[in-house]
Ligand binder design. Sequence first.
Ligand code: PSV
Ligand code: MN
Length: 405
Amino acid sequence: MDEKYYPQLVDRLSARGIDVEAVKTALKNQRIETPSWGYSNSGTRFKTFNYPGAASTIHEKLQDAGYVHRLTGVAPSVALHIPWDKTDDWVALKQYAAEQGVSIGAINPNLFQDDQYKLGSITNASSAIRENAIGHLVECCEIMSQTGSDILSLWFADGTNYAGQDSISRRKQNMEDALRETYRYLPPNSRMLIEYKFFEPAFYVTDLADWGMSYATALKLGENAQVLVDLGHHAPGTNIAHIVAFLLDERRLGGFHFNNRRYADDDLIVGSVNPQELFEIFFELVDAGDKSADVAYMIDQCFNIESKIEGMLVSVINCQTAYARALIVNRARLREKQMNGDVMGAHRELLDAFETDVRPLLAQIRLELGRDPDPLQAFRRDDYAQKIAEERGTAAAGSGGYPTS
Ligand code: PSV
Ligand code: MN
């Protein structure tokens, strides 16, 4: 239905001085990476619900990711979590992914589910445990080489719960030493992205608590170390667009983990809680021009009560919507108003774009990409959900919030 209103929208945008063809090209080239773990059963610490047809093997996760890409046309890569997605033959897995129409994206080491890491992984007081953790990071660099991945995506659950529990500065130095060692193993032309989180699972100190700590660490390592911004990892009220603009200007914004938070690290669908925040972030990305060229756009979400594929489709669509709105800001006029100190005039320029219904534009680019104009309706019409439910059944999920496979 949306495509019907496309000519009217083109007229409105053209009258506002927007080059609609350039906007369409940018939208067609948008890329959003989906996470393997978003296709499998997940939950909270209270309960993991088993969803009919939810993927439990990496092959099933890649099938689902391939399907999401077939419907959207903009999600051609999949992030893996190791060891959840571990296999004996990475070359065969890469080939299998290609057969599903996707490639292997970021490799995420897991240093938070092993008993030995109770008091930390690469920051642990024990050098033997630190070495085991570094061994896993190096193993992940090798997996990158075999799968063609160019991103090592790092998040550490390391931290302390009580004042005095451990030396904060010694932990910081251990972290730097371990990352310096890991950096040497990065495959050529690849990057290490360093994620931060201000709380959870540690509550007194998280060893990398905010973007400043990730940034300072990245600066020490080299230009292939950059910061990863997970939208769910900030204190309430934090202006994430500001962080994004600052890191972009420093050329140290490596990528995103998209999701939305209301109370904590809720992992809700990106754009479902605060679409204006997502728009402001995309505006900074567009405004940064070349400086945002290498930014990796990755979803980091688990769908606990909704259909995993629908959740993923809505997430991708919300990212498209925010990007489309950011692209239709008249930046020349905005700059003029900024230079004239026209506070409300400049603000209105942004709001005009944010308040525009871009659905006809997105429907049109999907048609031009040979896709259905409405991926969600296409999914609901299709028998894919029924097929995977029949073929895969309902896989038993483990307890706890994270996938067990
Ligand atoms: C931690 O909360 C995190 O954001 C990290 O990126 C992990 O890899 C991911 O969630 C696991 O779902
Ligand atoms: Mn994350």
